[in-house]
Every structure is written in C-alpha cells, then in structure tokens.
Design a protein around this ligand. Structure first.
Ligand code: AHM
Ligand code: MG
Length: 338
C-alpha cells in the first residue's frame, strides 16, 4: 500500500479550493459538504432498494409497522433537510415540490445561497437496478439578506450558477461538481464513508464517438435532428463514424459517461412535446454549467441553455449537450433545416 499518496476528501478539497477566492466566507464549502452528507444517506437507501421492495412497496407499511417512503421522496427529504439545517442555504426548489421553499429562520434568512435540485433523477430505473442520480445547481441569492428568499432568487439564468453538480449512484457512487475554477469528481469510498478525489480537473474531450438519444422518438424529431442522427450512423473517415449509440435513460449516467469519454446527449422536442421532457432549472442548467466549464457545449438547438431566462420553476426545454466538435456537427445540420 502506498502511504505517500495524499487522498483528498470532498471537504478537504473544497475548503482548499475556495480558500483562494477573495471574500469567500466558507459558506459554499459548507453547502457542498451538506450535499455530500445527504448523498451518502441516499446512497445507503438506493443500495438496498431491492430489499425495501421485498419488505414493502412505496405507500405501504414495512415489517416494523413504519411507512415506507418512495425513494425519490426520501431523497427529497434528505437534501431538503441538510440544506435547511445547514448555515448556507436560504431556500430550495426541487423537482418533487410544486413551489420553492424559503426557509424562514434567522440563520437561513442570512444565508448566501439557494439550491435547486432533482433529488433522484431517472427514478423509473430503480426497480431494474440501473444507475440513477441527483442533480443540483447553486445560485447566490439576489434578494437582500435578513429576509426570506424570494421567487427571483430561484428564477435566475443558468449563467448565474456559482456551482453545479451531480451524484451518480452507479457501480460506484460518484459526486461531480463544478465551480468556475473547474470540474472535479469524487468517488465514495465505502470503507471510510468519504467522497475522495478520484477525477481531478475533468475535461470533456472535444470530440467523441458516442451519441445518446431515445431512438424510439425518431420520427417525432425535427428534420435537423434526424439528419444529424443519420450523420452519427454513417461511415465517415473524417468524423470517425459510425458512432456508437448508448442510451441508459438516466440522464445523469448518460451525460456523465459522455463527459468523461466524449460524446453527445440529446433530448430534443417531439411533435407531441415540442419542449421535450427535461427541466431547465434542475436538470439542464446544472449539466450545461458543468459541461461548459469542462470545455463542452449545451444548447436547446438555438440558444445556449445557460442564457435562457427562466419564467417558471418547472419549465422544460429541448437539450443538446456534449463534446464541442459533435455539437458543431449537430448545429450544422440544424442550420441546414428549411
Ligand atoms: P425523471 O425526472 O422523471 O426521472 O425523467 C428524466 C429522465 C432522464 O434522466 C432521462 O434522460 C430521460 O428521463 C429519459 O426519458 P425517455 O425515457 O423519454 O427517453
Ligand atoms: Mg428528473
């Protein structure tokens, strides 16, 4: 065993990174630590999801006579709970809640940040043991300190994110987060119960060979998207095509893989759902921020995702995200649409 290798935990790394930022108060590192704590609790439950199913399904009562909570609601409670009881977060918004929640107590009212999250994305995959994840974006509040957070704190453009990240509950559990300084990945070491720095300074390769899209909707996509899927499938010496198609149906796992290996993920609008399925505020914006910091791109087909002015907490948007060269190929096809 190599005792000389310094293994940095999430907390150590974050404190070190943020120490260099002028006027940093440590609130962001505290908030990220809180998220790490909730992630560990959710991880424990995700790992026994199959057992919970045996003991009693959501909405039912387990053998101890306690209510069994759906895992996505459990995750929502965990993330909300750590942020509410921490010192950095003035309020949250979640895929699981219709409205944002402004915490109303003296500490929270003086906190610097708000956090928007999808506590358990891809939760339809839990019962078949496929990777799922948590996605979060952190914004500096714009309302004055000393009072409750307000709607405008939660409806900021993605460019205003101070940090964004995700947790993938997969073959191992990883937490990846970005600030403007870079993207770093931490793998949960179950033997010590700590997230440890395993993927420092993640860069999205400019080109890749993986495209991820729900092919079942092919005939519902706009012309440029269909043409681009053709490009992905063509043998071509310059692009290195045909590319490989990979689609887990869990955005966290799909985008994580493409971020590391290079690739493009698409959730276009369809004839039936012109805005697609994914939510701008807590699914697309965090990934757009992470991917851009890592050197990639994210658009809705026309605009940069991060530039979209939100009007509603739960609004949807088409999303195209990934390696810059592949995004340029896609944009060329979209630009040729009649
Ligand atoms: P969810 O928030 O209800 O879990 O849905 C989001 C998920 C994404 O993780 C994934 O990329 C997408 O839905 C898959 O949708 P589809 O089955 O339509 O391809
Ligand atoms: Mg979701």
């Amino acid at each position: 065993m190599n005792f000389n290798r310094k293994i940095l935990t999430l907390d150590e790394f974050t404190i070190q990174q943020l120490r260099h930022i002028p006027h940093a108060t440590g609130e962001l590192s505290t908030l990220l630590r809180d998220i790490g704590l909730a992630a560990k609790r959710v991880n424990v439950e995700v790992n026994k999801a199959g057992l919970v199913d045996i003991l009693g399904d959501a909405g039912s009562v387990n053998v101890q006579g306690e209510d069994v909570k759906k895992l996505d609601l459990f995750a929502n409670d965990q993330f909300t709970g750590v942020l509410q009881h921490g010192v950095s977060c003035a309020g949250i918004a979640s895929e699981e809640l219709d409205e944002y929640v402004a915490f109303d107590d003296p500490i929270s009212n003086n906190s610097k940040y708000v956090c928007l999250f999808d506590p358990l994305d891809g939760s339809g995959n839990i019962d078949v043991n496929v990777s799922i994840g948590t996605i979060f974006g952190v914004y500096r509040r714009v309302s004055p300190k000393g009072q409750k957070a307000s709607k405008e704190d939660f409806l900021q453009k993605g460019t205003q994110q101070v940090a964004a990240g995700y947790i993938v509950y997969g073959s191992s559990t990883m937490l990846v987060y970005a600030t403007r300084r870079g993207v770093n990945g931490f793998t949960l070491d179950p033997s010590i119960g700590e997230f440890t720095l395993s993927h420092p300074d993640i860069k999205c390769p400019p080109s890749g060979k993986i495209y991820s899209v729900n092919h079942g909707n092919f005939f519902q996509y706009r012309e440029g998207v269909k043409k681009y899927i053709d490009v992905c499938q063509k043998k071509d010496k310059t692009t290195g095509g045909p590319y490989t198609q990979r689609y887990i149906g869990s955005m966290v796992a799909d985008v994580h893989r493409n971020l590391i290996k290079g690739g493009i993920f698409m959730y276009p609008g369809t004839i039936d759902k012109p805005k697609g399925k994914l939510r701008l505020m807590y699914e697309c914006n965090p990934f757009a921020f992470i991917t851009e910091v890592a050197g990639g791109k994210a658009t809705d087909g026309e605009r940069r995702i991060l530039d979209i002015q939100p009007t509603e907490l739960h609004q949807r948007t088409p999303m195209f995200i990934g390696s810059s060269d592949m995004m340029a190929e896609l944009e060329a096809e979209l630009g040729r649409e009649g």
